[in-house]
Design a protein around this ligand. Structure first.
Ligand code: NAD
Length: 327
């Protein structure tokens, strides 16, 4: 591609990705499927990698999420809530593993977790009491949705230890609640939600906690943002501790010694995900040892110690099956 064509295409792609991102992150009303969005996003990333001088600081490839809505109090995240790099194939996962090993050596272990398709939430506890809950927002500034989060039964208001801790996780709407909600919306003639993720985000990013309480939301916690007075050596140890404190932690996570084990886990879940009572859109792979995470650090948008394997879009899987059946 010539530089001049690249410049023109980058501008087109930025406008498209920004528009789709605004509808998805700010309005909770996506215009296209995630797979379509990902295609545009990765085309943009590819051209920016090939022509680094076309990169800008406000490109959607370096920004996280979207602006917080003005009607909420704003919360500043002391530790930014970032996005994740993506892997779409076993080869991408092997490349990720190679990059990690080059930087920290061969002692690395991974934790694989289901990538719950909801919205990222930060929960602040002071001496064991829930004091504040916020959305990710643009990664630095989120929205204070404490009252709405208090309506979720899976979020403890008091922990089993009087610890001061910031916890991160995914709030989501279970599939049966989503189906019921959309049936009711159809009956009343209201516009239906596009998917459980948007239904969860729409329920939590509105001002009436009574409405949120009727939506039957749930939450899995998957990380400690910060903690006072306790040493933790690994991500998997952190997950066990969260469970001890009374948080809901997804039990399908697995510790893997090699990238082949990781790849096997991702393949298994392409099939098994349809049976889950909640939606997942991929698998998150994290370096388990926190000392190695620290060594690997972050890019502007995401940690170098983690990646998200994205499942192929479900429509594509169905089409492939149809083709196989008709052969
Ligand atoms: P991401 O895919 O980069 O992943 C980061 C998020 O994963 C976290 O913020 C958290 O919310 C979530 N997560 C779930 N389970 C987790 C776990 N176990 N550990 C850690 N994180 C976990 O998220 P992003 O930056 O918000 O969005 C990028 C994705 O959003 C795109 O790939 C695209 O599919 C989708 N998107 C779609 C549209 C659209 O129009 N359809 C627009 C924008 C973005």
């Amino acid at each position: 591609m010539e530089r001049q064509d690249a410049k023109k295409r980058v501008e087109e792609l930025r406008a498209i990705v920004e528009e789709y991102g605004y509808h998805y992150y700010v309005l909770d009303q996506p215009l296209v499927s995630d797979a379509e969005y990902d295609q545009f996003f990765h085309e943009l990333l590819k051209i920016e990698t090939e022509f680094p001088d076309l990169r800008t600081e406000d490109s959607p490839t370096v920004r996280v999420g979207g602006e917080p809505l003005p009607h909420f109090k704003k919360v500043e995240h002391r530790i930014p809530m970032l996005s994740l790099g993506n892997a779409f194939s076993a080869d991408d996962l092997s490349d990720f593993d190679r990059r990690v090993r080059q930087l920290v050596g061969d002692s690395v272990r991974y934790t694989c977790e289901l990538k719950i398709d909801g919205l990222a939430i930060s929960l602040q506890y002071e001496e064991g009491r829930f004091v504040r809950g916020a959305t990710r927002g643009d990664g630095t500034i989120g929205e204070d949705i404490t009252e709405n989060l208090k309506t979720i039964a899976a979020i403890p208001l008091k922990l089993k230890e009087a610890v001061t801790i910031e916890v991160r996780g995914e709030a989501y709407m279970p599939k049966p609640s989503f189906e019921k909600l959309n049936e009711a919306k159809e009956k009343s003639g209201d516009e239906k939600f596009a998917n459980p993720r948007n239904a969860a985000a729409g329920s939590l990013r509105q001002l009436d906690p009574k409405l949120a309480s009727k939506r039957n939301l749930s939450m899995f916690t998957y990380a400690i943002g910060s903690i006072e007075g306790k040493e933790i050596q690994s991500h998997s140890e952190g997950l066990d501790y969260l469970q001890e404190l009374g948080f809901r932690v997804n039990r399908e996570s697995k510790r893997c010694e090699t990238i082949e084990e990781v790849i096997h886990y991702t393949e298994e879940w392409v099939e098994k995900r349809a049976d889950l009572p909640y939606e997942i859109d991929g698998i998150v792979i994290k370096v388990d040892q926190l000392a190695l995470q620290e060594k690997l650090g972050f890019t502007a948008k995401s940690p170098r110690w983690a990646t998200a394997f994205k499942f192929p879009a479900e429509e594509v899987v169905t089409k492939l099956e149809d083709i196989e059946l008709s052969v």
